[in-house]
Design a protein around this ligand. Structure first.
Ligand code: GDP
Ligand code: MG
Ligand code: ZN
Length: 365
């Protein structure tokens, strides 16, 4: 793939490098920010030429795979050449549960300030997905902003916007269009200095088109000539960090269909503030908010401060997270047992070998 991204040479300051990071890294280290992650490799902006660095799979096994947006050191590995050395502590990280049966997390973007949660106005609203996207965003430590795209394709979007505002209290919601330019100034205004904003949402809703618009085409994210899907259009397959000419940094991502939550109790509480703010007032600590006496949640529900639908969604997401917690401790327990069994086996093997040696010696061999 002809790769415009690898030709960019943004300086470290504009990438958000700080004095604190300088004291974290060794003065002799090559340092930079991960611009793209692909299987086994990262593209790293270093201030000079971008470097393609190997990122060992051992890291991902420990949950420390480098993610787009990470600040890293690059070391010269005698075997693999340039490789990711250390990953700096993340000030925020957008994570989801990785697809698949094994409970593990996947970091979609690191060190971000905002997340644009994007939905296309040209299709039915999926409020459940939106709630999940808000949960993982709040959990990340970044601020969500909801962008309703393709506003030019619908006559009335006021209703959609109001529906969303009901399920996203306190979250700024903007209807935008890259065709008419609607609200793009408000979007642009969020990109200043080294502020980093990640875009998430289904495929086909206009994430990459927005990036083109914001970057004045410095990197062409969509179009006929690039790697194409069956319809002859470019589909984003990597999570890419793109410094914008006017300041600020955007992270474009491939569409995610499955928004699995990953240990996101805080994010859940922030997504449902009207519920989380009263939960601790329930009489019983293990209240399930059904018909228990002294249930503050039911009380708010009766007073119309909590909607029934919201309560149902919150309960579902809550049990999903609880179940995950249980699954994870079960995993830990099993791993611990396995480690113990391994250690025993090693010890017994050692004992047998010693015994055999003694026997052999006594036989004079
Ligand atoms: N009408 C209209 N179409 C748009 C807008 N933004 C993007 N599109 C179209 O939507 C399609 C998918 O866009 P793309 O940026 O590749 O979506 P992504 O998969 O989210 O990155 C393309 O055909 C774009 O031309 C918009 O604001 N209005
Ligand atoms: Mg795209
Ligand atoms: Zn209760």
């Amino acid at each position: 793939m002809p790769d415009d991204l690898s030709l960019l040479t943004p300086d470290l300051d504009s990438l958000g490098w700080t004095p604190k990071l300088s004291s974290w890294a060794d003065a002799a280290d090559v340092v930079g920010r991960v611009a793209r992650t692909t299987r086994g490799f990262c593209l790293v902006f270093t201030g000079g030429d971008a470097i393609l660095a190997a990122s060992s799979s051992v890291r991902s096994a420990t949950g420390l795979a480098p993610a787009t947006g990470d600040f890293v050191t690059v070391v010269d590995d005698p075997e693999h050449g340039p490789s990711i050395g250390q990953i700096a502590e993340r000030r925020s990280a957008l994570s989801r549960r990785a697809p698949g049966r094994v409970p593990e997390s996947q970091v979609l973007a690191a060190n971000i300030d905002d997340v644009f949660v994007m939905h296309g106005l040209d299709r039915p609203l999926n409020l459940r997905r939106l709630e999940r996207q808000l949960v993982i965003t709040w959990e990340s430590g970044a601020t969500p902003i909801i962008l309703l795209t393709k506003a030019d394709e619908v006559e009335h979007h006021r209703e959609a916007q109001e529906t969303i505002e009901r399920i996203a209290p306190g979250v700024e919601t903007l209807a935008i269009s890259t065709v008419t330019g609607q609200n793009l100034d408000r979007v642009r205004a969020r990109f200043t200095g080294s502020r980093t904003i990640a875009l998430i949402g289904l495929s086909g809703i206009g994430k990459s088109t927005l990036v083109n618009e914001l970057s004045d085409g410095v990197v062409q994210r969509t179009g006929e000539v690039r790697a194409s899907d069956r319809r002859g259009r470019h589909t984003t397959v990597t999570r890419d960090l793109i410094p914008l000419p006017a300041g600020g940094i955007v992270i474009d991502t491939p569409g995610i269909r499955e928004v699995g939550l990953w240990q996101a109790h805080t994010g859940l509480a922030k997504t449902f503030p009207e519920i989380s703010s009263v939960v601790s007032d329930c009489k019983f600590a293990n209240c399930e908010h059904n018909a228990e006496p002294g249930c503050a949640v039911r009380h708010s529900r009766m007073n119309g401060l909590i909607s029934e639908a919201r309560l149902i969604h919150w309960k579902e997401l809550h049990s999903e997270l609880d179940l995950q917690d249980e699954q994870l401790s079960e995993f830990d327990r099993r791993a611990e047992n396995r480690a113990k069994a391994d250690a025993n086996r090693r010890r017994n093997g050692e004992r047998r070998r010693k015994a055999k040696k003694t026997k052999d010696r006594s036989k004079g061999r």
